[in-house]
Design a protein around this ligand. Structure first.
Ligand SMILES: Nc1nc2c(ncn2[C@@H]2O[C@H](COP(=O)(O)OP(=O)(O)OP(=O)(O)O)[C@@H](O)[C@H]2O)c(=O)[nH]1
Ligand SMILES: [Mg+2]
Length: 256
């Protein structure tokens, strides 16, 4: 059955939106992503943050930049993790004048057609709009049961112990207002994998930021391999438990 989903137009053309796309071995996915982003939001800037992928992703990024324009490549010497890639990407995008930074995976799990809905929420006052699998209308497709279970219960655990009213805090599809990123001092977030995804809304909400979740259908990657690791899950579990304990046991008053 065809899903009914609002396709909202981006209201303003003066808001500078930059999609920060971290890549590690995404040579089979990147071109399609770039094309779909430009169909969804024609004037979007794209910043590809590549960690010296051995499959030639950076060379493809350079070719796409020459063909399509308004595409930048931040080429880093080695694989340094997702959180670090986003911090470096946000920094560069903000220095270049972005008003809104988008997070999107390169593996086509996130549908670029959902982006106007995320951006419309930012334009209407949200500091962070999350493409969420776990609100009514959201879904996960082609994921094995154990990934689904881990993601669903990991999110329930984080929301429960942190008192964070976000259903999908590990989601990788987001739009941030740049002022909110700066106010929450995003560049001092130290987590790398899922911990990074959770720490960002956790900090933002503690500092009075407004989060909105927009339903999306997440589809497991068809090409390339997942970089999800047990280490990233363990890091997130440890950090969330530590933040919750710190908040409760020690009556932590300092801003997260
Ligand atoms: N620059 C950079 N990009 C990364 C790194 N690790 C992952 N990525 C990219 O980050 C995005 C998300 O990584 P995925 O491997 O899809 O991880 P995931 O989405 O959590 O896991 P799956 O659902 O199994 O795909 C993809 O675009 C990756 O290419 C990294 O260390 N550096
Ligand atoms: Mg993925």
């Amino acid at each position: 059955m065809r899903r009914l989903r609002p396709r909202l137009a981006v209201v303003s053309t003066v808001v500078r939106v930059v999609a920060v796309v971290p890549t590690y071995c995404e040579v089979d996915n990147l071109e399609q992503l770039v094309k779909e982003l430009r169909v969804a939001v024609p004037n979007i800037g794209i910043l590809i943050v590549d960690d010296n992928s051995p499959d030639g992703t950076a060379a493809l990024a350079r070719k796409l930049a020459a063909e399509h324009g308004s595409i930048d490549l931040l080429a880093r010497p080695s694989k340094q993790g997702l959180g670090s890639a986003y911090r470096a990407g946000f920094r560069q995008a903000i220095e270049a004048g972005a008003d809104v930074c988008v997070q999107i995976d390169a593996d086509l799990s996130h549908d670029a057609a959902d982006l106007p809905a995320l951006l419309a929420n930012i334009e209407h006052g949200a500091d962070l709009a999350i493409g969420s699998r776990y609100v009514p209308g959201g879904a996960t497709e082609r994921w094995p049961w154990h990934r689904r279970w881990l993601s669903r219960w990991g999110n329930r655990y984080a929301a429960g112990v942190l008192g964070l009213a976000v259903n999908d805090a590990t989601a990788g599809y987001r739009a941030y207002r740049v002022g909110a990123l700066q106010a929450m001092e995003y560049d001092t977030v130290s987590a790398e994998g899922y911990g990074f995804q959770i720490e960002m809304p956790y900090r933002l909400v503690r500092r009075g930021g407004r989060v909105v979740e927009v339903p999306i259908h997440f589809v497991d990657r068809v090409r390339g391999t997942s970089k999800m690791s047990g280490r990233s899950v363990a890091e997130a579990l440890g950090l969330v438990t530590w933040w919750a304990a710190r908040d409760r046991l020690f009556g932590w008053r300092r801003r997260a």
